[in-house]
Design a protein around this ligand. Structure first.
Ligand code: ZN
Length: 164
């Protein structure tokens, strides 16, 4: 790959500008969260920052991922009003008790859970800058569990990048 050639839409750093004297590392932390009441919302910002510290990564990426088709990850201002508003929005978009082809086929009653999870997505990537996730002051990372049965939800916090 050539860098910085005339006609490029934006300049790129020279090869090796990132991690030239460092060591790439990958670090995994898992969390277990309770869930199953319909829409459980967990603030995992503190655990995510701790996972980044534990990794030793100074610059790189944090990925928060929830395996499973009824869970999701996003960010929000974690305060009661915004959380209530989000639940109202999800109730409008994919109401519980509506008729879903998934429920007709599988009889598990969580068609709305799958749709809510699909809308919000299972993962979030946050840049790691100077050893911390680059989040706004009022921006918290939340894991949502939409399933309607009690279960323990596993969350993966994976940090990749250059250790100091
Ligand atoms: Zn299902």
């Amino acid at each position: 790959m050539t860098m910085g050639q005339p006609g490029d839409r934006f300049p790129l750093p020279a090869p090796g500008a990132y991690g030239k004297d460092g060591t790439m590392t990958c670090h995994l932390t898992t969390l277990e969260l309770p869930g199953g009441s319909g829409t459980d919302i967990h603030d995992v910002t503190r655990q995510a920052a701790q996972a980044v510290r534990d990794s030793g990564v100074r610059s790189g990426l944090l990925t928060v991922h929830v395996p499973g088709s009824t869970g999701a990850v996003t960010t929000i201002e974690y305060e009661p009003g915004a959380l209530a508003d989000l639940k109202v929005l999800l109730d409008k978009l994919a109401p519980e008790g509506a008729e879903y082809a998934h429920d007709l086929a599988w009889r598990d009653g969580n068609g709305h859970s799958h749709l809510r999870a699909a809308l919000m997505g299972p993962s979030l990537t946050v840049p790691v800058v100077e050893g911390s996730p680059a989040l706004g002051t009022w921006q918290q990372i939340i894991v949502l569990d939409f399933d309607n049965k009690p279960r323990r939800r596993r969350v993966l916090l994976q940090v990749m990048g250059e250790a100091a």
